[in-house]
Design a protein around this ligand. Structure first.
Ligand code: FAD
Length: 517
């Protein structure tokens, strides 16, 4: 088919210069927000990973969806410009960057929407895609005594950023990831159209955008399901020396009915030594509590496992009721006696726990270090082999940060979304959250991550990367497997010129003359 070409400002692309681009776009856009160029765009050239740096042409601070739509349309009239939504830039591998393109600072829209509503009697909140989850929490709890059901561990992430991936924490075994807890989105597509979508209205865009790595549209509003917020949380950690015991108990808890399990289930691997960053001291929840290794059996190996659970309750609950319920649940588990740690904290304190760790890491100057992180979903069928090779051998001395591992249930995820998952019903999230000093070790650790991924591929493990990062189309095809065709079709429908989220490196920007109309 012969192309239709909508001309933009440049008659001759070869002669276009960045400054011309910006001034032409600024003039043609008529934004309510603003465009920043020069040094001020430096923030958009970096992310939490600290591994990549890619300079954009301009940083745009939109006032809302109309501004974003104008920016996308303007980019579509050029042959080369791309547009990346930047949530809070907490990606690791430059996913929210746009080299020579337009980065949209979604945080400038964070105050938009925030509207409480009931749908068929159930409470929801409409929030901006640029809102931070910590603000959603604070506003929902303080104003309505309500809260979203599914979280991430750390809440200085944007609603649009986590919904573009999945959004996973210790509540996901019960409610599914955050992508399973929204009923409606407003999205600016790669054609610059502002579209409301849901399970019944434009469902392909709705499910495509959820877990869609920003490929089909920019989420400007999300309708998030709410529930009654508890007042308090009993937060408990128990220790295992054997992986088989750990997985048996973790899987038992995540497969129980509501009311017959904890409200939050996570866990991590740690080194069997007194290293302050990787070993025993990382387990106690209260600085006054000590980890007494004499409780460990002689058979304990180089690494140990910590199951982390939480029980919600209300101030009006009698203490003995809480004690009885928790004791009954713990009584069904086979952890190492004497290695149980617990504290009672407010629900807000619990959900903001990583913020405290962030403040601490910032004070120690390690928060801004590079973060060569690796996140995977590994099927239950392969998790013992993964533990034996990766945790017990390659990473037995720790990684300078948490090594999370806990089970999730595939049936709580909607297969119509874009997220790629392993095949089995039970799979584990594995998160290697390294904090490393700048220097040559960073490259070695990136190489070690690749070695782990290559080992998983070679062994034929049933696994997927979470927050995936690949460079070649072949790798992306393998990642999506039989979902690849659907992913490509959705791209062709909603972002045919491949303008959006270039930092994911999945599709190359198409020239408008190649697009049929
Ligand atoms: P960005 O990094 O800014 O963007 C991520 C991608 O989404 C980019 O491709 C971007 O273009 C796109 N995007 C951003 N906003 C939008 C939008 N509105 N519409 C469409 N596309 C958009 N994840 C978990 O699931 N569970 C956790 O417990 C968890 N903990 C974390 C803790 C820390 C300290 C950090 C740094 C990350 C953690 N993450 C966790 C990962 C997090 O979900 C991702 O970093 C995610 O990208 C959200 O970050 P962000 O809002 O800064 O998005």
């Amino acid at each position: 088919m012969i192309a239709c070409l909508e001309r933009f400002v440049h008659e001759n692309e070869a002669e276009s210069k960045p400054d011309d681009d910006v001034s032409s776009i600024s003039k043609s856009l008529d934004l309510q927000g603003c465009i920043e160029t020069g040094g001020i765009t430096a923030v958009a050239a970096k992310d939490f990973g600290g591994l990549y740096s890619v300079k954009p042409l301009a940083l745009i601070k939109p006032s809302g969806a109309e501004d974003i739509a104008r920016v996308v349309k303007a980019a579509s009239r050029t042959s080369h410009l791309t547009v990346a939504a930047r949530g809070n830039g907490h990606s690791i591998n430059g996913q929210a960057m746009a080299g020579g393109g337009l980065v949209i600072d979604m945080r400038s829209t964070e105050e938009n929407h925030f509207k409480f509503l009931k749908v068929n009697g159930s409470p929801y909140i409409d929030v901006s895609g640029g809102a931070l989850w910590e603000d959603v929490l604070t506003r929902c709890v303080s104003r309505f005594g309500l809260a979203p059901r599914s979280w991430t561990d750390y809440l200085s992430l944007t609603v649009g950023g986590t919904l573009s991936n999945a959004g996973v924490s210790g509540q996901a075994f019960r409610y599914g990831p955050q992508t399973s807890n929204v009923s409606e989105l407003e999205v600016v597509t790669g054609k610059g159209e502002i579209t409301v979508c849901s399970e019944t209205q434009n469902p392909d865009l709705f499910f495509g955008a959820l877990g869609g790595l920003g490929q089909f549209g920019i989420i400007t509003r999300a309708r998030v399901k709410l529930q009654q917020a508890p007042d308090m949380v009993r937060w408990i950690r128990v220790v295992y020396s054997e992986f088989e015991d750990y997985t048996r108990d973790a899987e038992f808890l995540v497969t129980q009915k509501q009311g017959e399990s904890f409200d939050y289930v996570e866990g991590f691997v740690f080194a069997n030594n007194d290293d302050p960053v990787n070993g025993w001291p990382t387990v106690p929840l209260d600085p006054d509590h000590d980890f007494d290794p004499t409780h460990l059996p002689r058979t304990a190996g180089s690494v140990l496992y910590c199951l982390e659970v939480a029980f919600h309750y209300r101030n009006s609950d009698h203490p003995s009721t809480v004690d009885t319920a928790v004791t009954r649940l713990l009584g069904r588990l086979g952890f190492v006696e004497g290695l149980k740690f617990q504290v009672d904290v407010s629900y807000m304190e619990f959900l903001l726990r990583v913020k405290r760790a962030e403040e601490h890491a910032k004070a120690n100057g390690i928060w801004d270090n590079p973060h060569p992180w690796l996140n995977l979903f590994v099927s239950k069928s392969d998790i013992v082999e993964f533990d034996r090779t990766v945790f017990k051998t390659m990473l037995k001395d720790g990684i300078g940060g948490p090594m999370l591992i806990y089970p999730l249930l595939r049936s709580k995820w909607d297969s119509r979304t874009s997220v790629a998952l392993p095949e089995g019903e039970i799979f584990y999230i594995v998160a290697l959250l390294r904090f490393v000093p700048k220097g040559p070790s960073v490259e070695k650790l990136v190489a070690q991550n690749q070695e782990i991924v290559q080992w998983c591929i070679k062994k034929g493990l049933d696994f997927k990367l979470y927050l995936p990062h690949y460079q070649s189309k072949e790798d992306w095809k393998r990642h999506f497997g039989n979902q690849w065709t659907r992913f490509v079709e959705r791209k062709a429908s909603f972002d045919p010129m491949a303008i959006l989220a270039p930092g994911q490196k999945i599709f190359k920007r198409n020239h408008p003359s190649l697009i049929s109309c």
